[in-house]
Design a protein around this ligand. Structure first.
Ligand code: ADP
Ligand code: MG
Length: 693
């Protein structure tokens, strides 16, 4: 149960002065619906209202605070015309401008002949100084109402800066002293204030340095967040480790037969990772392992071999892919190999017909099926297994720690293997997968060819099209990826459809189109026609991003490459260079590019090393953007920025492991404090995990 000391902080925002349900809703979209969420909504800048200038000293565009005398009200003939109030001091004049103004209010606030202090952004318009909607208008006696330094917060429609400052003032009254969870020596060394002092301070910046992420107060709060994350992962991992698993040893017979069927030899990295997996499966503990391997590094076969080990022991295995296309592709690729060695394999997706689905499910329960490939439909309640001992989750960022654990309740203590093709920088891997053991397939099959990458402005699209024509003449296959214009699938599709129409007019009958809205059977037909039939150009939205394998494809064109994440571009580029011919990747951008965008596209040109790309991406952008935070299952940090606070993450990780070693049940005073920390960052689900384990 949440400690009592946190009740005030976890109260709904409506408990604050001036926040009703309407504002609470707006705040919920901005930062969250609890007081603590607002407190963790930190300022990004400051407005300095200290500067008391005379009108002559004003610099256009700057916020000033100045004493003026009100001279004249220019009441407009209609509310469509702005209301103006002319003011002056003994150095110059200024016009205050109000849109949709209320005359009564303005005449009261700015009586002619009196002096007022005004504060706001002043600007010159055709040589005349004016201020539109001053932030403050007060008589001199109330000067204290104007804060000297005002924090600037990220806002949302319907919430003004002034409003937010007011709500924050109310929220700050709920801040109380919490038990200290920090390691004493660390806190001393870093000279970090207590939690309550830190929170108060970050909302009362005095200089611009106070809103920098490396300000000690912010670093403390960032550290708290990272420690909560790492401690939750360490506790989960610890609980998981203590769970007895089953010793799945396998005979090696099926595995050897399949290896003998392959037209290639396994790379050393594939062999090594395979051994790591088998050792985990054979041990009496549960496996919880992440396999990281760049696009094309050959994860699929590693997965199959692991599943065969389970089958050799008379058990079942399940492979779960994030999309229908991928599940079908895995199924199509693995079926011949499985069947060649007498292993039964089936496919289960949400799109199956009810009758087929029922049959598939029945065969899993009876044990007739050894291996099942599917989407998340695999983990609906209806699906039961005879004896599931291995779950493999492919290309999966959409799963949080707790969801991973839920999956494991399907089988009789199944081993879990997560495979990802998105190279994740070390820091990120620690926050996402700190509860798992990690294997890396860090070697490419020798068949893999380097891809030549060119960055081109999109006004040269005609050159690109003639390059496509030349490529097609030599029998090449071409991917053409259309951009995500808005966060909506509809507009995404429109762009792809338009491009399809254009290309199909140029190369009639040879162009296919796939997008997220296509029914799976049609999608399959198009993909199939591209892989084996007469389609030579595949126009696609990013549905082809992960996993699709057409070795004959040698050209990848990405429109509006600047709108994609580097990890995404890397994934897309990984679709080519799979065959024996030289491959090209053309990244089209629309000018002008920002410096960051330029740097990012340059990285793509310079390297094909996914890990290097990921590290650079983290450096150039925030962590959240890399994986597309929202769907990623990645912890969304409120304060910590991994590009900046990476050093803190390393400390938090160490701290967490010391805690697990010395105080795994979080006992005593520090234990209580650490529990409070976990609740504070809503990591309390971990307690349920530990108990159920
Ligand atoms: P990914 O890691 O991206 O999932 P895949 O498993 O799809 O990669 O493998 C990519 C391609 O490389 C496939 O065509 C696969 O058959 C081939 N491949 C896998 N391992 C090897 C190897 N050791 N030598 C040569 N080709 C391989
Ligand atoms: Mg794969």
């Amino acid at each position: 149960m949440r400690p009592e000391c946190l009740y005030g902080l976890f109260a709904p925002l409506t408990s604050l002065t001036g926040v009703g349900s309407r504002f609470a809703k707006l705040y919920a979209g901005l930062c969250g619906d609890k007081v603590v969420d607002l407190l963790y909504h930190l300022p990004v800048g400051i407005i300095d209202r200290k500067r008391k200038a005379s009108l002559r000293q004003v610099i256009s565009g700057q916020v000033i605070t100045v004493k003026v005398e009100v001279c004249e009200h220019q009441v407009p003939p209609s509310r469509k015309v702005p209301y103006r109030v002319l003011c002056k001091d003994n150095t110059g004049e200024i016009t205050l401008v109000f849109f949709h103004a209320y005359q009564d209010y303005l005449q009261k606030a700015l009586p002619v002949g009196e002096t007022r202090i005004i504060s706001g952004k002043a600007e010159f318009f055709s040589g005349k100084l004016q201020m539109t909607h001053p932030d403050y208008i007060v008589p001199e006696s109330q000067l204290a109402e104007i804060p000297e330094i005002e924090p600037i917060y990220p806002l949302t429609a319907g919430i003004s800066g002034k409003m937010l400052v007011k709500s924050m003032r109310s929220a700050l009254t709920k801040v109380i002293t919490l038990p200290e969870w920090l390691d004493e020596a660390l806190q001393k060394r870093e000279k970090w204030p207590a939690w309550d002092k830190a929170i108060q301070a970050v909302h009362a910046p005095k200089t611009i340095a106070d809103v920098e992420p490396n300000n000690p107060c912010r670093r403390r709060l960032a550290y708290d967040e990272l420690l909560a994350n790492q401690l939750a992962l360490a506790l989960t991992r610890n609980a998981q480790k203590r769970l007895a698993g089953r010793e799945i040893k396998g005979t090696g017979k099926l595995r050897e037969k399949v290896i003998a069927c392959l037209p290639f030899a396994l790379t050393n990295a594939q062999k090594r990772v395979g051994e790591e997996i088998r050792a985990d499966m054979a041990s009496k503990w549960r496996m919880l392992r992440l396999v990281q391997g760049d696009v094309g590094s050959g994860k699929t076969i590693v997965a199959l071999l692991a599943m065969l080990t389970a089958v050799e022991s008379g058990k079942q295995a399940a492979l779960m892919a994030p999309t229908d296309i991928l599940a079908r592709q895995h199924y199509a690729g693995l079926k011949p190999l499985a069947e060649a060695v007498g292993v039964t394999i089936s496919l289960l997706t949400g799109k199956d017909k009810p009758k087929e689905k029922a049959e598939t499910i029945a065969d899993l329960l009876s044990g007739k099926t050894d291996i099942v490939i599917g989407t998340h439909a695999l983990f609906q309640n209806k699906v039961e297994f005879k004896d599931l001992s291995l779950i493999i989750i492919d290309e999966q960022h959409r799963f949080g720690v707790h969801q991973r654990l839920n999956l494991t309740q399907k089988g009789y203590l199944p081993d879990v293997l997560v495979m990802t093709a998105t190279p994740i920088p070390r820091t990120l891997a620690l926050t996402m997968y700190g509860d798992m053991d990690i294997s890396k397939i860090d070697e490419m099959p020798p068949s893999r060819k380097p891809v030549k990458t060119t960055v081109i402005a999109n006004n040269k699209i005609e050159d690109v099209i003639s390059a496509v024509k030349r490529a097609l003449d030599t029998g090449a296959k071409v991917y053409w990826v259309c951009p995500l214009i808005e966060e909506s699938e509809a507009s995404d599709m429109a762009a792809a459809e338009e491009r399809y129409a254009l290309l199909n007019a140029l190369f009639p009958g040879r162009v296919g189109l796939v997008h997220g809205k296509l029914p799976p059977t049609e999608k399959d037909a198009v993909m199939n026609n591209f892989a084996h039939g007469n389609l030579a150009v595949l126009v696609a939205t990013t549905v082809i991003e992960v996993g699709v394998n057409v070795p004959e494809a040698t050209v990848m064109i990405v429109e509006h490459a600047e709108r994609f994440g580097l990890a995404q571009l890397h994934q897309l580029r990984g679709r080519v260079g799979r065959g024996s011919k030289e491959s090209h990747c053309l990244l089209l951008y629309s000018a002008p590019l920002s410096e960051t965008a330029k740097a990012r596209l340059n990285i793509m040109r310079q390297t094909e090393d996914g890990f290097k790309i990921a590290e650079e991406d983290l450096r150039l952008r925030g962590a959240g953007e890399i994986l597309g935070t929202r769907q990623s299952g990645m912890p969304e940090f409120k304060i910590a920025d991994l590009a900046i606070h990476g050093d803190l993450l390393a400390i938090a990780r160490k701290d967490a492991s010391v805690i697990i070693e010395t105080n795994p049940n979080l006992e005593g005073e520090r234990g209580d404090a650490l529990r409070t920390l976990l609740y504070l960052f809503s990591e309390d689900e971990v307690f349920r995990t530990i108990r159920s384990g």
